[in-house]
Design a protein around this ligand. Structure first.
Ligand code: FMN
Length: 268
């Protein structure tokens, strides 16, 4: 990674498609919504469309899965394009069905498995990052499974969503864990409840911050946090609408962005 502090956009299903990622001016890294490894290996057209990159906005493709033969099958034919920066492994999804299938949060304890997946991706010459929670539950958090994973996996950076798998968004993210994570010497990106310059100041020991919900409300947040010149609200809305048309985006994306979480910059 470059010698700078990174500002990253979090993946948010049904919202952070390529159109949204492009209007996040000033962002240093973005991620596709999670896509299943099985679907990638089968070249499912819907999934291939989700990972299509249209411009140079830096982006990692987020994979949820664990079967190495499927990974090899997909990587053999994969051709990087535009802003592609590598792959991100989802070790954070706490959805009970996902966990039951041994994926997302459930993979956090399987350090050798995760390590092999990372090595396989690197063998093909691609970057790899990990997006994780603190464990599946309070017990795993207390056992510090997150530190064990960070210490023993050779990923380029680790995005730590500072909640365990049983916590919801009404529980505050526990930023006190970041110092221990940074002490491993690995590149740590802080995630969870980050909204303001003051928040970012408190997290400067990390390699960067990842912002999700606050960015969906205000995609100009990255430019604002970096004190860059920013487009007006009208300009950003017009740019977004133009991209939705040009890229033939599914209507659910605009619907969610404008209505579901439609606050901040989208408000009249
Ligand atoms: C509706 C919704 C969908 C999400 N989808 C994903 C996803 O596909 N992959 C992922 O790694 N995280 C996903 N997340 C988690 C976010 O990336 C992020 O870790 C979380 O929202 C905390 O960051 P924030 O407080 O800045 O929003 C999702 C979160 C929400 C609220």
């Amino acid at each position: 990674m470059e010698d700078k502090f990174y500002y990253m956009l979090a993946p948010i299903e049904n919202m952070t498609d390529s159109c949204f990622r492009t209007i996040c001016h000033g962002v240093d890294m973005t991620f596709t919504e999670k896509v299943s490894l099985q679907a990638l290996a089968k070249k499912n057209p819907f999934t291939m469309n989700k990972i299509k990159l249209f411009d140079d906005t830096p982006c990692m493709i987020q994979i949820i899965g664990q079967r190495e033969p499927l990974l090899e099958k997909f990587l053999k034919d994969f051709k990087p394009s535009h802003g592609f920066q590598g792959f991100n492994l989802n070790l954070g999804c706490p959805n009970p069905e996902v966990v039951k299938a041994g994926l997302g949060c459930a993979l956090m304890k399987r350090v050798s498995k995760v390590s092999r997946i990372v090595k396989t991706i690197k063998k093909y010459g691609h970057g790899v990052s990990i997006k994780m929670r603190l464990g599946m539950n309070q017990f795993e958090k207390d056992k510090k499974v997150y530190l064990n994973l960070i210490e023993n996996v050779d990923a380029d950076f680790f995005i730590v969503h500072a909640r365990h798998g049983k916590e919801t968004y009404t529980d505050r993210a526990d930023w006190s864990v970041f110092s221990q994570c940074v002490q491993t010497g690995k590149n740590i990106i802080a995630n969870g409840d980050i909204k303001t310059k003051e928040d970012v100041e408190k997290l400067k020991e990390c390699k960067g911050v990842m912002i999700g919900r606050a960015a969906v409300e205000n995609p100009l947040i990255f430019a604002e946090l970096k004190s860059l010149e920013i487009p007006t609200r009208e300009e950003i809305k017009a740019e977004y609408e133009k991209l939705l048309k040009e890229r033939n985006a599914h209507s659910k994306y605009a619907k969610h962005i404008f209505k579901h979480i439609g606050k901040g910059v989208w408000r009249k």
